[in-house]
Design a protein around this ligand. Sequence first.
Ligand code: SAH
Length: 250
Amino acid sequence: MSDLPASIHIQPIGRVYSPYRQKFAIPRQPGLVSQVEGVIELLGEFANGDLVRDLEEFSHLWVIFLFHATAADGWTPLIRPPRLGGKIKKGVLATRSTHRPNPLGLSVVRLLRVEQQAGKVRLVIAGHDLLDGTPVVDIKPYLPYADAHADARGGFADDRPTTDIAIRFHPDAERELLRLAPRYPLLRALISDILSQDPRPAYKKSRPLPQRYGMALYDRNIRWLLDELGMEVTAVERLNEQLLQAAADD
Ligand code: SAH
């Protein structure tokens, strides 16, 4: 018999608004795609400016959140990390996988500003790896003296993942991005950054070329393909919200 409670009650204090509308193609860690802005909006009784008084003194935050989109899948003790090609297994607690005993995520994000308007409290953040709609359970300031360790060892993920895949944009996609630029000035850079991380899951990498993919960013569906020359963004079209919802409910 344990003297600990069998379960712990935690409630969301905020909700994430993010251009990442589906799990596919979200950067695998925060900071990898730094242009993208997101928002954490405080909820209910926590939508109170007192909770974030002087938070702007800090450049970075720790965000603790629920992996709500994968929580129902449960957890496994061994994980195949994508950066090891999906072949080698590591202990779940030795990875940053979403399939953990408690589906909690932890990300360092840049805090750009705190906005308070009409009873809303919004933290504008950048460089995050969070899905739109993510429930946030806690926020803490990042303390460089305590949290940054220049001598830390990164195990099997010691350095920043890199690829040398060439990325090009089809003229149709280029034209559409130009038309959307007033609304989404960073969308082209965001797409480039995401593709340069090669978001394909490990098990798809060995499939024959050309491979075709789509990813949801803001209210757009970005189509791209991989062929012998590299990646090409072929189309930027309006996102079908019903299809996205149906995929999420699957
Ligand atoms: N930095 C976090 C997340 C690492 S896993 C941590 O270390 O805990 C990164 C993956 O989490 C991303 O590729 C994205 O697909 C996934 N993710 C982000 N928000 C999520 C959510 N709300 N539910 C499920 N998965 C999510």
